[in-house]
Design a protein around this ligand. Structure first.
Ligand SMILES: [Zn+2]
Length: 86
């Protein structure tokens, strides 16, 4: 009699745990927002070096100047002017 009761208790405990785990999984799935795709800015864009002060800048955000030797990127208009006045 006691053995049967214990088996039942154990069985109910296992079932209860399974249900609770299932419910927790459902609640977690609902409350957790879907992962938004993270898009890193300027993906794969190479940094360019300011030839005047040596600062590394992003070409898309830098002040650029194209002369006979190629395109140069500067951190600011001041550096561009310094480079041009040399
Ligand atoms: Zn600079």
């Amino acid at each position: 009699m006691l053995a049967r009761f214990l088996v039942w208790a154990l069985f109910l405990l296992v079932v209860w745990r399974a249900i609770r785990g299932l419910l927790a999984g459902i609640v977690q799935g609902v409350s957790t927002p879907p992962p938004s795709p993270r898009v890193p800015p300027e993906k794969g864009e190479l940094m360019a070096r300011d030839p005047v002060c040596g600062t590394f800048v992003l070409p898309s955000r830098a002040v650029s100047l194209t002369d006979r030797t190629g395109t140069h990127h500067f951190c600011s208009d001041t550096c561009r002017q310094k480079y041009g006045s040399r």
